[in-house]
Design a protein around this ligand. Structure first.
Ligand code: G6Q
Length: 552
């Protein structure tokens, strides 16, 4: 299949409004946001939205009032409101797997019934939350003891992908709220180095293991879990102690039992929770152990607050819709290939990796809902790192490279920790970067700066000019709390949903992950097989042979 083109308005998305958007793009692409600010004193007010705890400023984007109006028409034409109702209504919108998509029910603090397959999912959701709360209270309170009668000091979450990135990101983000005795560790990579790294320094008598796997068939997770089980039994000596040290989070009771875990120590979730949308479910058990059920409930409530905003706000004032439309604007009209996420908050350092999975596994698709190859660009490459560190590394390319890279800057107005004037420095840098990206610096301005410094300009001046006009959003949290974190993640989840609808994708399957898994299962026995018949391509055959030779 040839790669889809990204011509401006490439019959974008087969939507009628695309032609108008394409014509409008021809006008906007010649305009500089700096000039748009100069002409409109109300631009910030016009292009910012706030809900308690979270402000979105999108005024530094390459947009006008007409842009946003046309993009809102695009959202209407794609029937975002109808699809939104289908999502929240428990319809099986994950059609390739015949599943509903109900992570929103996990954080439905209104407790209003959510029906799928004729059943209200809220009673089981609440029952599992209660079970998690009771279990966490016993561990946190020092009642749940290890085999030698000591309290639990360390928790290891063994899981990968959606069963790792979400809980790990939240655990990091909520550092100021953690229990003082309990440390949580995350083991994902099926690499002895990662296993040993996590186990190093842990005491089997005071460590609790959570095997987090929706399917309980994932090779990496089960292999690591078996390795850890052996490590544990070498010290504990008796299989009867497994029950005190191993719990499972899964949808697969039979496989959990087969592993040797008592289903009484299993925390259930359901096939309508996608892996990358699952930390709101029992997959968040390590979070509950770390911060307690009250804080976890605050996290859920934050997600729910964003769900309500998404359901109730008009499209023009709707944060997830706005972020999604801006992304489509750059992706399908400006031809932007990536999108960078830049948290100016050390505790959010794992957010870019988390969003990378959430977005790229959801919208990295090239076949649409009608099973037809798309003729337009879909999800962008998502990348990023903490902003301050990025400034001293890759920002150069964003400022002066040849690619247009829309950016999300995420900041917390109030820090948890204040060390001298550090937070002011952090904020000053965030503000300076968004301003510099947008305004740039003209040749005349650069010359004036050099002259003021008593330097004559020469031909190198061209290297010191900044074109500007690089778009960015600023997402400002009042403070990074469980509630605002919940809002932030739900904001991105719904952004991804809206884009998926506009691109006519099923954002909730991940067939692209499957092929490699299947091939790995075929190749694994070949690595140790004695016969030489390998039926792969020449490169793969040669590499397998090289590995076999090394093992000999
Ligand atoms: C996420 C994906 C994937 C999944 C992992 C782990 O949406 O489906 O990242 O979470 O492959 O799967 P298990 O939880 O089933 O082990």
């Amino acid at each position: 299949m040839s790669a889809p083109s990204s011509q401006p308005g490439d019959a974008v998305l087969h939507r009628k409004i695309a032609e108008q958007l394409s014509q409008h793009y021809e006008v906007v692409k010649t305009q500089h946001v700096r000039d748009l600010f100069a002409r409109d004193a109300q631009r910030f007010e016009r292009f910012s939205v706030e809900i308690p705890g979270l402000l979105l400023d999108y005024s530094k984007n390459r947009i006008t009032t007409e842009t946003m109006s046309l993009l809102a028409d695009l959202a209407r034409e794609a029937n975002i409101e109808g699809w939104r109702d289908r999502l929240f209504g428990g319809e099986k919108i994950n059609t390739t797997e015949n599943r509903a998509v109900l992570h929103v029910a996990l954080r439905n603090r209104s407790n209003a019934p959510v029906i799928t397959d004729g059943e209200d999912v809220m009673p089981p959701v609440n029952a599992v939350l209660d079970k998690m709360g009771l279990f966490a209270a016993r561990v946190r309170g020092g009642e749940w003891l290890g085999y030698s009668g000591q309290v639990i000091t360390d928790v290891v979450n063994i899981g990968i992908g959606g069963s790792d990135l979400g809980p790990q990101m939240v655990y990091q983000a909520l550092k100021p709220y953690r229990h003082e005795r309990l440390r949580v560790h995350y083991m994902s990579n099926v690499d002895g180095a990662h296993v040993l790294d996590v186990l190093d320094g842990l005491n089997p008598a005071t460590t609790l293991f959570i095997i987090a796997s929706k399917t309980f068939t994932t090779q990496e997770t089960l292999t690591n879990a078996q390795a850890v089980r052996r490590w544990f039994l070498r010290a504990a000596g008796d299989e009867a102690y497994i029950a005190q040290h191993f719990v499972a989070v899964s949808t697969n009771t039979d496989a959990v039992r087969a592993f040797g875990i008592d289903p009484a120590n299993m925390f259930e979730f359901w096939d309508w929770v996608g892996g990358r949308y699952s930390f709101w479910s029992a997959i968040g058990l390590s979070i509950v152990l770390a911060v307690g059920m009250g804080r976890f409930t605050d996290l859920l409530a934050g997600g729910h607050a964003m769900d309500q905003h998404f359901q109730q706000a008009p499209l023009e004032q709707n944060m997830p819709v706005i972020l999604a439309l801006l992304g489509v604007w750059y992706n399908n009209f400006f031809g932007a290939e990536s999108h960078v996420v830049l948290p100016y908050d050390h505790d959010l350092r794992s957010l870019p990796a988390y969003l990378q999975q959430a977005d790229m596994e959801s919208n990295g698709k090239s076949v649409d809902r009608t099973h037809t190859a798309v003729k337009y660009q879909t999800g962008p490459v998502i990348w990023g790192a903490t902003g301050i560190n990025g400034q001293h590394a890759f920002y150069q390319l964003i400022h002066q490279g040849t690619k247009l890279i829309p950016a999300d800057f995420i900041v917390s107005l109030q820090p948890h920790e204040t060390v001298g004037e550090q937070h002011d420095i952090l904020m000053a840098n965030f503000l300076a970067q968004t301003e510099a990206l947008m305004c740039g610096r003209t040749l005349a301005e650069t010359r004036a700066v050099m002259q003021a410094e008593g330097r004559a300009d020469d031909e190198t001046i061209a290297h010191k000019v900044f074109a500007g006009n690089h778009p960015s959003n600023a997402i400002m949290l009042d403070k990074l709390t469980p509630h605002t974190l919940g809002m932030l993640v739900a904001l991105y989840e719904h952004k991804i949903f809206v884009q998926g609808i506009i691109w006519n994708l099923n954002s909730y399957d991940q067939w692209g992950v499957e092929l490699g898994k299947q091939l790995a299962k075929t190749i694994l026995p070949e690595l140790t097989a004695v016969e030489d018949t390998l039926a792969h391509d020449g490169s793969t055959n040669a590499l397998i042979q090289r590995y076999r030779d090394t093992k000999k």
